[in-house]
Ligand binder design. Structure first.
Ligand code: NAP
Length: 326
């Protein structure tokens, strides 16, 4: 099969098209003929050498795919050959064939193309876990997502809004802020021209925000403590501006804040299966009627994976970058 390999840690040019053996499904796994694969920021980190695949995972990059089931491993009872699926994987997505555990796969939402469906798993699993399970977002609460125009951000805005929150987003340009508003954000803050802490205090009559999803870190750690409400929660999913920071922790104590975080990739199949089953129950009905949907930025052919990574690292994209595997 054709696959994209990271020939050595480095820039986008180290992604090269190679021939690999087609994998064989083990117990509980389905072999998927990949039609499209989502590109995520963690793939760029892996390419640079900073985010190695967990033990047992493929070294081929790619955390989410959509395609047709071609073969079934022992004990597979949730899918049949020929079914159209999308799925979350710990690696191996940038290839013509990919193994997915049946419990980490979901049917294509109705009317979705493979490229749209490939843009769902990584951000929907991440947002569901960090915003709803870990962050405990409830109807009527205030919610802030930093990086609102990112793959994660565009998903978080739509889901938080669909579940009844008041949604704030930060983004780095007027166009990105406009996209956040079009997705349902009640207020988008261009952090390059406005102080997001002040803007959020103004928006909440000084109360602050009840839940913050942060991928930025750095000086945002201290500023999130400032922007959070009494008993507020802050969930950390990345540190694009650095994981080492100086912060005034007295706010954590005085406001009784909860600061937590998680990563998805290294978690067990069973843990991801639990998220998949909640998504199927609570989110698939919304996708099926397009009450929420992935925001599609650019589709690149598989062999242009390096161009897809360049697009992501240039930072002009809004929503998801996807590889068309053919
Ligand atoms: N913990 C987990 O389980 C998990 C799972 C998936 C993804 N993630 C993380 O979530 C983040 C978003 O992923 P994604 O795939 O949605 O990526 P993405 O689309 O490339 O989004 C990154 C966003 O961050 C903003 N940003 C702010 N400061 C930045 C900086 N210093 N460098 C680069 N971008 C910056 C960018 O927009 P502006 O122009 O507005 O700044 C951009 O919208 C990534 O850091 C990824 O590693 C974590």
């Amino acid at each position: 099969m054709k696959a994209i390999e990271i020939i050595k840690p480095g820039g986008p040019e180290v992604l090269q098209l190679v021939e690999r053996e087609t994998p064989e499904p083990g117990a509980g796994e389905i072999l998927v003929r990949v039609r499209a694969a989502g590109v995520n920021r963690p793939d760029c980190l892996q390419r640079q050498g900073g985010y190695p695949p967990p033990p047992g995972a493929s070294d081929i990059p790619g955390l989410e795919i959509a395609g047709e089931v071609m073969a079934l491993g022992k004990g597979v009872d949730q899918f049949r050959i020929g079914d159209s699926v999308c799925g979350l994987v710990a690696g191996g997505g940038y290839a013509e064939f990919c193994l997915v555990h049946q419990t980490n796969a979901l049917p294509l939402p109705s009317g979705f193309s493979f490229s749209e469906a490939a843009a769902i798993p990584e951000t929907y699993f991440t947002v569901w876990h960090n915003v709803f399970q870990r962050g405990g977002l409830k109807k009527g609460e205030t919610f802030l997502v930093h990086g609102g125009s990112s793959g994660i951000g565009t998903t978080a805005i739509q889901l938080a809004k669909a579940f009844g929150a008041t949604v704030f987003a930060t983004a780095g340009s007027a166009d990105k802020c406009k996209a956040c508003l079009e997705l349902g954000a009640d207020r988008a803050i261009n952090y390059k021209t406005e102080d997001f802490v002040k803007a959020l205090k103004d928006e909440t009559d000084g109360a602050g925000v009840e839940l913050i999803l942060d991928m930025v870190g750095g000086d945002y750690i201290d500023r999130n403590f400032d922007a959070a409400a009494i008993e507020g929660r802050i969930v950390q999913i990345a540190f694009l501006n650095g994981a080492v920071a100086q912060a005034n922790f007295s706010r954590l104590m005085l406001k009784r804040l909860t600061h937590t975080g998680s990563t998805l990739r290294a978690r067990t199949i069973e843990f991801k299966a639990d998220i998949a089953s909640e998504l199927r129950q609570h989110v698939w009905p919304l996708l099926n009627r397009r009450a929420v949907q992935p925001v599609m930025d650019t589709l690149f052919p598989l062999e242009k994976a390096s161009a897809a990574h360049s697009r992501m690292e240039e930072g002009q994209h809004i929503g998801k970058i996807v590889l068309d595997v053919g």
